[in-house]
Write a protein that binds this ligand. Sequence first.
Ligand code: SAM
Length: 267
Amino acid sequence: MDAVNDAANDTAGSDGAGGGSLRNHEGPAPEREPSRLYPRVTSFRSRRGALTATQQQSWERMWPRIGREVSDEPLDAAAWFGRTAPLIIEIGCGTGTATAAMAQAEPQFDLIGIEVYKPGLAQLVQRIEREGIENIRLLRGDAVDVLEHMIAKDSLAGVRVFFPDPWPKARHHKRRLLQPATMTLIASRLQRGGILHVATDHAGYAEHIAAVGAGEPQLVGLNEATGGDAEHPGAETVIGLERPVTKFESKAHRAGSAITEFIWGKI
Ligand SMILES: C[S@@+](CC[C@H](N)C(=O)[O-])C[C@H]1O[C@@H](n2cnc3c(N)ncnc32)[C@H](O)[C@@H]1O
């Protein structure tokens, strides 16, 4: 991870956080490229990777229907899914192990996985096609852009953030996704009773996340790690909290890292 973070630091430049901005830009923001996959990365690092031939074929068959690039257009989820159902967003879905399993376990919900890494998305696209999963859509790009521009306030039944990149070095902490501003943004998109579910295997990031969540007035803790109890009086829609173990998480288990799970509810 260190080598990766060093590479990310080279891409991002040195310290110089973006003040009140949700993003930590270096200097003035460059003009946006249509794809939104601009190189000034934030909580994610630039990673290239080619799709296999079968992934590419599956992508071409499926993406026009189930995938979109992040844009400024407010999202009409009912039109995209072809039905009205409570909506859950997963930020940084990686290869989509949790996304697919949770979508299959809760067909009554619609799930949107957001990820910048195309080969990860491609694995999920293949699984969606192979297993005929109907209640997943995918957005490729920065989840902060999605939340800011595409998702209406008070609209989500849940937001999931499983194993966000911990950026362990102090000089990289500003790149962590879960900062006060993003926590406020996420909370603002949840409907009353909506759930924010976060998991991390990094002890330092866990402490940071706990403090940031405790400071967010729109959220109330619902489990031990968030200093609350399981009953949330505002809950109208109860989303599933059972996660399958992802490849990433298995590595953490093998390394002996403890997993911290956070559950908050929107007041
Ligand atoms: C450590 S991986 C975990 C992946 C997956 N959740 C799992 O448990 O296996 C973190 C993922 O978040 C993605 N990511 C980080 N920041 C993001 C952002 N702002 N928008 C979308 N994806 C992001 C990265 O590309 C990476 O795939």
